[in-house]
Write a protein that binds this ligand. Structure first.
Ligand code: DGY
Length: 320
């Protein structure tokens, strides 16, 4: 008999067919809204779950006594209580690798957009305010040759370093839980303490996961260490940063600009002060959001789930 999968993310037709060849599938749409009651009603039958962007805590998972595996369509696993899953013997998988390059592209888009004021100046043109040659009040700052500081030197950090080093001739400095000799020799990167990186980097880019250790890592003290000319980029998770402290640092001119793809609360409140600042480029958690990459992530999650439900060890099993 086929196992039962509750899917809370829409799949392309080929992936849906692949999953259905291995499992009975219940698709829940709008799981955070109108579909939540239907999701809860389906949990008691579920052997597998596949989806993303939903906090799956004990309150929900206690409703799923048969659950064997969860395939998250994400690399980040901050929506899951890993200890709880271990206690219950539920396998969790994620989708690393397939999104690395695309997410690094997003990071670099934010670097370029903030440094060269792309959104602000494009809006000026759109609004019919381009009436004379640009003067210094609208100049940006160079990206090439500036120091790129990366906090969290995992796969995405490395892909960002690659772009900065080979594409833009940027000296690379990084902070991570351990030194990475391979990264140092490939990109000439230098390991720094968090404080030294904040003081030295022209661009401070966050690419580290959200964990109990990294939550609130960057707050008022850290922004105060950054230089007035430095630009802050977050493509990791909003909660790694004290958002109020970021707002105050921008208001006080402690940093030059911020490029933010992630926020404490998502979607961000429309009245957030961040959205009123010309020197903030805010994007809607779009790090991996290309057709190719989202399909590759979904394919990876489907394969992970099929493998886990077959009793195999899936390639992307998340270890605690
Ligand atoms: C990820 O894969 O973790 C992205 O941030 C989407 O949540």
């Amino acid at each position: 008999m086929k196992k039962h999968v509750v899917l809370y993310k829409t799949l392309s037709a080929p992936l849906m067919a692949r999953l259905k060849a291995h499992a009975e599938v219940t698709l829940i749409e709008d799981v955070k809204g109108t579909g939540l009651a239907q999701f809860k009603a389906a949990l008691p039958q579920a052997h597998g779950l596949l989806g993303a962007s939903l906090k799956l805590d004990a309150t929900l998972l206690d409703l799923a006594p048969k659950l064997e595996a969860i395939a998250s369509v994400s690399v980040g696993v901050d929506n899951y209580d890993i200890d709880y899953l271990h206690r219950r013997g539920i396998v969790l998988t994620n989708t690393p690798d397939v999104l690395t390059q695309t997410t690094a592209d997003t990071g670099f888009a934010l670097i370029m957009a903030t440094a060269r004021r792309v959104v602000e100046l494009a809006n000026l043109v759109r609004n019919g305010q381009w009436t004379q040659n640009l003067g210094a009040a609208h100049f940006g700052t160079d990206v090439h040759g500036k120091t790129l500081g990366i906090i969290g030197m995992g796969r995405i950090g490395e892909a960002l370093a690659q772009r900065g080093h080979f594409g833009f001739g940027m000296p690379i400095i990084y902070h991570s839980h351990s030194a990475k000799p391979a990264v140092e020799s490939r990109f000439g990167a230098g390991y720094r303490s968090l404080e030294a990186l904040l003081q030295e980097a022209d661009f401070v880019c966050l690419t580290l996961p959200l964990t109990a250790q990294t939550e609130g890592l960057i707050g008022a003290r850290e922004f105060a260490l950054m230089r007035r000319e430095s630009i802050f980029i977050n493509i990791a998770r909003g909660k790694v940063v004290d958002e109020q402290a970021l707002i105050e640092a921008l208001q006080k001119g402690q940093i030059r600009a911020a490029g933010l793809d992630v926020f404490e609360r998502e979607p961000i409140a429309p009245d957030s002060p961040l959205l009123k600042m010309d020197n903030v480029v805010a994007t809607p958690h779009m790090g991996s959001a290309t057709h190719e990459t989202r399909e590759a992530m979904a394919r990876c999650a489907v394969d992970n789930l099929i493998s886990a439900l077959a009793g195999e060890t899936p390639t992307n099993r998340v270890e605690g």
